[in-house]
Design a protein around this ligand. Structure first.
Ligand code: ADP
Length: 260
């Protein structure tokens, strides 16, 4: 079912002749369909928290609630507003990454510093619910954009925290192999992901379980952002997972992106 879209156009050319133009517009049509899907997805993702927020507002307005009850509603409203804010922030991050076609800069980024920042954030987010193991196995550093690298790594760590049930374990590792290639990896003992989903995880808004992702505060854009950042550093995202056992997300950097 290889659907090929052709566009035919005829132009008068001389007295009895026509110029027939046949164009392969398959890619153009695909890009257009993707853009339409994306706009529909964004609209849907925004509409849900707005609708919920309006529902809460109406309730507070129309019912004579006790102060404590009112506070509960305000908290739920804040959660919906935060959800919209994260979505808009992730959309902006993605738009900026997509607009920037240049490779990431060549700044030296201390791996130790990144690991320390990640550890702090991870512990704050998990609040003691997970057993962490942070390993910096190499004194080599990364070459790239510090803010982007931190954002990619912390997306992977926060996914591990959000999807791994309490008392699960999470290993975060930076290592460099004999050929000088670097690898940052996050391995969790969470629910794992069935193989049929793996190749689609980095698509914008693709989720294995929609409600679970939303409940944990996910925007559905995290892995799309990670993939973009990796590719700006000529790196690759590798995902391995065994349902029921856990998942491992690794970003592999070429030796040009690893330094003393
Ligand atoms: P989300 O905001 O939904 O987490 P992501 O792009 O970060 O969006 O991830 C896409 C989907 O990949 C998630 O909805 C989830 O189904 C799956 N996923 C990501 N990380 C993990 C993980 N560590 N364990 C299990 N599933 C995961």
């Amino acid at each position: 079912n290889s659907s090929l879209s052709l566009m035919l156009q005829a132009f008068p050319f001389g007295e009895k002749r026509h110029l027939l133009l046949i164009q392969d517009v398959t890619d153009l049509q695909k890009a257009d369909a993707m853009r339409r899907d994306f706009v529909a997805n964004v609209s849907h993702e925004m509409r849900t928290p707005i609708t919920v927020l309006m529902g809460f507002l109406e309730t507070v307005q129309s019912l004579n609630l006790e102060k404590a009850q009112q506070d509960q509603y305000f908290e739920m409203m804040m959660a919906q507003a935060k959800r919209m804010k994260s979505l808009v922030e992730d959309l902006l991050t993605l738009a900026n990454l997509e607009a920037n076609t240049l490779p990431a800069p060549m700044n030296v980024v201390q791996a130790q510093t990144l690991m320390a920042l990640l550890k702090n954030d991870a512990e704050a987010l998990s609040q003691g619910r997970h057993a962490f193991h942070f390993e910096t196995k190499s004194s080599m550093n990364l070459v790239g954009d510090e803010r982007e690298l931190l954002s990619a790594f912390s997306n992977l760590v926060s996914n591990a925290i959000r999807y791994t049930p309490d008392v699960g374990s999470i290993n975060v590792k930076w290592q460099v192999d004999a050929q000088g290639q670097g690898e940052f990896s996050v391995t969790d003992s969470g629910p794992g992901i069935a193989s049929e989903h793996l190749s689609r995880l980095t698509e914008r808004f693709y989720r294995v379980d929609r409600s679970r992702s939303r409940d944990t505060g996910g925007t559905g854009l995290g892995l799309a952002i990670v993939k973009h950042i990796a590719s700006r550093h000529q790196a690759q995202l590798h995902i391995e997972s065994t349902p029921g056992k856990g998942s491992s997300f690794a970003i592999r950097f070429p030796k040009e992106r690893v330094t003393e």
